[in-house]
Ligand binder design. Structure first.
Ligand code: SAH
Length: 220
């Protein structure tokens, strides 16, 4: 059922719903978009999370989540289940006309730091977090860090599936690597055009339990 829902996922409608005003309101630090950008900027500013490869799981059609990361890795791998989303990312990566305009996000992040993502976004790959081998083959070398924003809870029918997905994507990471998870608690659905996508509503305790079951140690 979740997979069928994603057949109707419309990248442009998703971007329109979530990443243009009024949702993408940069005027208040309390709004979700500046909040997400601030969480990521602060996390990477610690200097603790860096390495050769960062893999982003379920990138969707968005790159905002990689802006603060790109300074700290040589290579960034974006992934998504849907070809339409990977195409949307390639349009942006190639700087093609008609690509979504991320410049307000880039400007906002540049206010906090600055730098270019295009040169480091080297691979855009298909992924399915419900498979034990999400990329179909091991990532070589494994990622030093893993990022996933608003994906795992948005593609899992229940808490058990969320926990398994977390363990699956954990296998992309080197031992001792860091995972950064951004997402929604207690969310039940979101919209992407004609598609109304179910989300598994999670409590903080659900997330803590799933992290420890998947072998992660919660830092923050
Ligand atoms: N990271 C983006 C997109 C989140 S929407 C953001 O922060 O806005 C959830 C994404 O999960 C969609 O792009 C969808 O195509 C992707 N997805 C759907 N099924 C998936 C699966 N089985 N494995 C990995 N990603 C999946």
């Amino acid at each position: 059922a979740v997979r069928e829902g994603y057949e109707r996922f419309d990248p442009r409608a998703y971007l329109q719903n979530n990443y243009v005003p009024p949702r993408a309101d940069f005027s208040s630090e309390e709004c979700v978009v500046p909040w997400k950008l601030r969480c990521l900027a602060e996390t990477f500013a610690s200097g603790e999370i860096h390495g050769r490869t960062l893999i982003d799981v379920g990138s969707g059609p968005t790159i905002y989540q990689l802006l603060s990361a790109c300074d700290h890795f040589e290579e960034i791998v974006a992934t998504d289940f849907l070809a339409v989303n990977r195409e949307e990312l390639r349009r942006w990566a190639r700087g093609e006309p008609g690509a979504f305009d991320w410049s307000p996000f880039i400007q906002h992040v540049c206010k906090i730091e600055g730098r270019g993502l295009r040169g480091r976004l080297r691979r855009i790959l298909p992924i399915d977090v419900h498979r034990a081998e999400p990329l179909g083959a091991p990532l070589r070398p494994p990622a030093d860090a893993l990022l996933s924003a608003f994906c795992l809870e948005a593609v899992s029918p229940d808490l058990a599936a969320f926990g398994r997905a977390l363990a699956h994507v954990g296998s992309l990471l080197r031992p001792g690597g860091h995972a950064l998870l951004l997402g929604a608690l207690g969310e039940s659905f979101y919209l992407a055009g004609a598609a109304r996508l179910p989300v598994v509503p999670l409590s903080p305790a659900d997330v803590r339990g799933a992290l420890s079951d998947a072998g992660f140690v919660l830092r923050d």
